[in-house]
Design a protein around this ligand. Structure first.
Ligand code: DP6
Length: 346
């Protein structure tokens, strides 16, 4: 088989990855822990094709994939295509595959706006490319491959609550570093309510934002010391199913990461972000367990109990600067999907 379609979901980091080890290979400098989301998805089809002179990438290709979502389906060039080719080259080298590939992908949520589309995107691409090349890799190898393109994507290969260690201090580029599941999706009742505060793309990509933070922030060393400590405590709170502690630590990790970045002039927040943070604080004052986390974008993701979702949703909808509210819950890892156009199994 020379083609495959895979589906993967974004994840929300509860303890944040921000900062890389020096050198090549994209090894994180700190451990991270995330929850993979249901509801939002990237679907990616890869076909190795001897008639292609070069690799072809189409984003927003809902037409080709039979899915919901934007359908402009334009050929994509520049940096996004270069990152895809890098992954395809790794797969080609491993499989002895010489053919170029056609990649079609679509998201059913806003691309490049901090909803971790690179996580679901590279997790789906890694799995589809590996299978299309006929490689029989397990999830750990797929996760390591995805990490090399985008470290948060290593976590979206798995469902539920997922951890990614920091890389070794001076990793050699062939060192395997994959995410691993910590607890299944049903481990504890949890809702993730996303307050979308813009439909625009983020101004600074995560790799660039991290680099600038580590070069310029006076708090970079403090973050690198604090992040593993918060991570360990957060992992314990998760295993104890303690939403209050998990929420407090998630918020602390997000605030420390963003404070460190803002001190370097790397600001992902907008006015809606601050308003949504104030709404979450007000919810808490009125006795609702609600905690905020923010990735490399302006959206606020609120952790809450499933029975409080309506209350949280209404409060966020009434918040200035919040343009849309999306509900999610812990979801599954990356998996193969039927080929576009295939008859559903009866
Ligand atoms: C703030 O995984 O997008 O979302 O490895 O450079 O592609 P690269 O970075 P990426 O960074 C995600 C940063 C974050 C926190 C997180 O997901 O842990």
């Amino acid at each position: 088989m020379s083609e495959a379609t895979a589906l993967a979901h974004p994840n929300v980091a509860l303890s944040k990855y921000w900062g890389k080890r020096a050198g090549a290979g994209n090894y994180p400098a700190v451990p991270s822990l995330s929850v993979t989301l249901s509801g939002l998805a990237t679907r990616t089809h890869v076909r190795f094709d001897g008639s292609l002179a070069e690799d072809r990438l189409r984003l927003n290709a809902a037409d080709a994939l039979g899915g919901e979502g934007p359908r402009d389906g334009r050929e994509t060039s520049g940096e996004p295509r270069a990152r895809v080719i890098e992954l395809l080259d790794r797969v080609r080298r491993a499989a002895g595959e010489r053919r170029r590939a056609a990649v079609d992908s679509c998201n059913d949520f806003p691309t490049a706006s901090g909803l971790a589309s690179s996580a679901s995107g590279f997790a789906a691409l890694a799995l589809a490319a590996v299978r299309a090349a006929g490689l029989d890799w397990d999830a750990t190898r797929v996760s390591d491959l995805a990490r090399r393109s985008s470290a948060s994507a290593a976590r979206s290969v798995f469902g539920g609550f997922v951890e990614l260690d920091a890389g070794a201090v001076s990793p050699s580029v062939d060192e395997v570093l994959a995410a691993r599941p910590v607890a299944p999706r049903g481990h504890m009742p949890l809702a993730i309510v996303v307050a979308v505060t813009t439909a625009a793309s983020k101004s600074v990509g995560s790799s660039d934002g991290m680099r600038r933070t580590m070069e310029r922030s006076p708090y970079a060393q403090a973050w690198l010391r604090e992040a593993p400590r918060l991570h360990g405590l957060l992992r314990d709170a998760l295993l104890a199913r303690d939403l209050e502690k998990l929420g407090e630590l998630s918020e602390a990790s997000a605030l420390a990461m963003h404070a460190c970045a803002i001190a370097a002039g790397v600001t992902y927040w907008n006015g809606g972000t601050l308003e949504a943070l104030a709404t979450v604080a007000a919810l808490r004052r009125s006795g609702t367990l609600a905690y905020a986390t923010i990735d490399a974008g302006p959206h606020v993701k609120v952790l809450a109990r499933p029975e409080d979702v309506m209350l949280v949703r209404r409060a966020l909808e009434a918040t200035a600067g919040v343009t849309r509210v999306i509900e999610a819950s812990p979801g599954d890892g990356a998996r193969l999907a039927p080929q576009p156009g295939a008859e559903p199994a009866s």
